[in-house]
Write a protein that binds this ligand. Sequence first.
Ligand SMILES: [Zn+2]
Ligand SMILES: [Zn+2]
Length: 447
Amino acid sequence: MKIVMVPAACLWFVFAVSGVAQQTPQSLADAELPSLITIYKDLHSHPELSTKEQRSAGIVAKELRTAGCDVTENFGKYDNSGGKCYGVIGVMKNGAGPTVLVRTDLDALPVHEETGLPYASMVVTKNDEGEDVPVMHACGHDAHMAMFIGVARVLAKLKDQWRGTIVFVGQPAEEAGNGARALLHAGLYEKFGRPDFALGLHDKADLQTGHIGVTEGYTYANVDSVDVTVRGVGGHGAYPHKTKDPIVVAAAMINAWQTIVSRENNPLDPIVVTVGSIHGGTKHNIIPDEVKMQLTVRTYKADTRKRVLAAIDQIAKGCAMAAGIPSERAPIVSVDEERFTSATYNNPDLTKRLVALWKKSLGDNNVEIVDATMGGEDFSEYSLPDHSIPAVDFHIGAVDPAKIAEYKSAGKELPSLHSSKFAPVPEPTIRTGIIAMTTAVLDLMKK
Ligand SMILES: [Zn+2]
Ligand SMILES: [Zn+2]
């Protein structure tokens, strides 16, 4: 047996090197947590409405800069207003290699917080109409920002394990649906590079903290806003035969539109047609001249979207014609293209790759395949309309399992996203988000 004597100085070197090598996303996330939870609580107490995210963007920019990113602030341009756009882009370079985009959203909602948390928001601000509205991080974007900052800090410390360029995107106006577009239209990919992959995350209000969830393929729907004006011929409520009653015609339309879902559409290709608002008339005994309706229409596939929107228009016009409304008073059906959010499609190959990876980094039982929803997310924009940039938007569990059990046994629904009673449990939600995102980026950029 040969004994090799190792000098003490060499041993010290071996320990020092192995000490560095032991740094993992998990250990680094643990080290960063206390400071990130402080940031999370501060952001939670200071929510800002969509397009007004000045303070939040400032914090994200400062933290990205401290983590070593080259930061551009006030990036983006809204299509429909000259208003300032608070996009934050942080570029972290580490030699030649792939480009990966990591996105957080920044904005909050006009909701009066009722969580009872010690760091609950008390903020009241003016909305675009000049009205006083309460503001709350009811969608958990504050937790996303804390995770995002954590991911930047951890990846900066693990530069020996990856190569390439990470583009950190702090996106405003997710809730308004036009934030991602504002960044892309301002030249996000031309100025900072077209990514090889795009990654996003969102907390989930019915998934237990410590778990993540993901869907392969479509995960969020196309969201269309449709305005319909039904034009009749008004008159006295007692003489309906002398009028063309737009209220009765609107009622017929509402029922007929549901046959698009139940009779015209393949039941295996989900769609939703919801009439969210209807306004017409002023008094019991007056038949009004018109009724206005606002619809939200949800689809996944582009051709299904086209067909459903055309059917809404055709049925509206058909109902009016059947009621004898003259063609010059035909209903006006308009699709608001500016408010359109395209469906989010999780690239199947990338999703499979990440699920296998997450099962290793988070544990087999902590990674769930979850159902797609008909909700909307403008993260979809980053993969481009033809989905040519592989992208995955995954879910972070945000609810105490004891609370899930309590609600389940009581037969009650948990507070959903956008509820005045929803807030993610900070721990281990933020830690899990950091580990999931960091390990995904490391895998896509590994040396
Ligand atoms: Zn939301
Ligand atoms: Zn959200």
